[in-house]
Design a protein. Structure first.
Length: 344
């Protein structure tokens, strides 16, 4: 039996479109026999998986709203890939080892859970050609394959904090405090250390600040001390980088003719963003590097149309003399959790 992952399907379709070949057709009658669909969890649809993650709110519009699960662990393996999946359940959710008289677990926004789930899915939305032919003007999404996870069991657990031992030999984003020890640049976390650079200490502007490494960390060399094998280290908070050249990983957004840059939970102005060399209109929502000099200035709200009546100037970070380059999708820790609108 062959496994046909959703990502592979998209890859095949993209190749076929660019090469002019006909997309591969998979008969529905063969699903479950000749082919098995796998979803975002990379587990066959309908097969139980054990996952851990945070309950967040999905997008306001479309078919992804309501409670979603930001997945951080799948079948014993931690992941930093951005995975947000709608979650539903027809069951009264209990811990897998629950007693008969235990109360059901109610999933709350902002809380972390371990769950037994299965992923399922189907097509939603209306094809553009059908909407035009049928003269349907209601707002809806295009025709696409949507998946969701169905909860079977659940128990609340402590929030997950990523540590080096979870990702030995893998590309991972980790945060800690820059501390120089015996002439070495070390990142200190909660109960662990990473020797980032052996040959010299941190520069003064980084010493004692929150930093992050993005790269590959080797195994424990003793006492939960690790060596950074390859990658980059940089400051995390914008307030620590004012007046300095920065390289920020984030996403570009546009509204009302304005463009801005989202870095973690901050929105920045980028000088002349839409006029940068190679800039494209479809950069909306795109992951990218923005490089330049970070400063602070007072501007109209970034999401408002320029020159709108009654605009009040506010203080924003701005990247001057910028350049940009596209990136693969950001990792989950680089994408802030949605802000809660009410108490969890």
């Amino acid at each position: 039996m062959r496994t046909l992952a959703a990502s592979l399907v998209l890859f095949v379709i993209t190749l076929n479109v660019t090469s002019g070949a006909e997309p591969q057709k998979v008969p529905v009658s063969e699903l479950g026999r000749e082919f098995v669909l796998t979803g975002k969890l990379q587990v066959p649809l309908g097969k139980l998986a054990k996952v851990r993650g945070v309950i967040v709110a999905g997008p306001f519009k479309g078919y992804e709203g309501g409670k979603n699960l930001r997945v951080q662990w799948i079948n014993g393996k931690y992941t930093q890939k951005y995975l947000r999946i709608p979650i539903e359940s027809p069951f009264d959710l209990h811990p897998a080892e629950a007693e008969e008289d235990d109360k059901p677990v109610k999933l709350k926004y902002g809380h972390t859970y371990e769950l037994d789930v299965y992923e399922t899915g189907g097509y939603v939305g209306i094809p553009n050609a059908a909407r035009r032919m049928g003269k349907l003007f209601a707002q809806t999404t295009n025709h696409y394959f949507r998946t969701e996870v169905v909860g079977v069991t659940a128990k609340k657990i402590a929030p997950i904090t990523f540590t080096p031992e979870m990702f030995i030999g893998e590309n991972v984003l980790l945060q800690g405090i820059a501390t120089s020890e015996n002439g070495k640049a070390v990142m200190v976390g909660d109960g662990w250390k990473i020797i980032v650079r052996k040959e010299k200490p941190w520069p003064m502007h980084m010493e004692g600040k929150t930093i992050e490494t993005l790269g590959v960390t080797g195994p424990d060399i003793g006492g939960k001390v690790y060596e950074f094998l390859k990658g980059d280290a940089r400051l995390v908070f914008l307030k620590d980088q004012i007046g300095r050249d920065v390289e920020l990983r984030g996403r570009a957004w546009s509204r009302n003719g304005n463009w801005w840059f989202e870095y973690r939970d901050s929105e920045l102005d980028v000088e002349g963003m839409e006029n940068l060399p190679g800039w494209e209109a479809n950069n909306h929502g795109r992951s990218m590097f923005i490089k330049g000099r970070l400063e602070k200035t007072r501007l109209p709200p970034l999401r408002e149309r320029p020159g709108a009546p009654g605009q009040q100037l506010k203080e924003f970070y701005i990247v001057r003399n910028p350049s940009w380059e596209p990136l693969p999708p950001l990792l989950s820790p680089e994408r802030p959790l949605p802000k809660l609108k009410s108490k969890p």
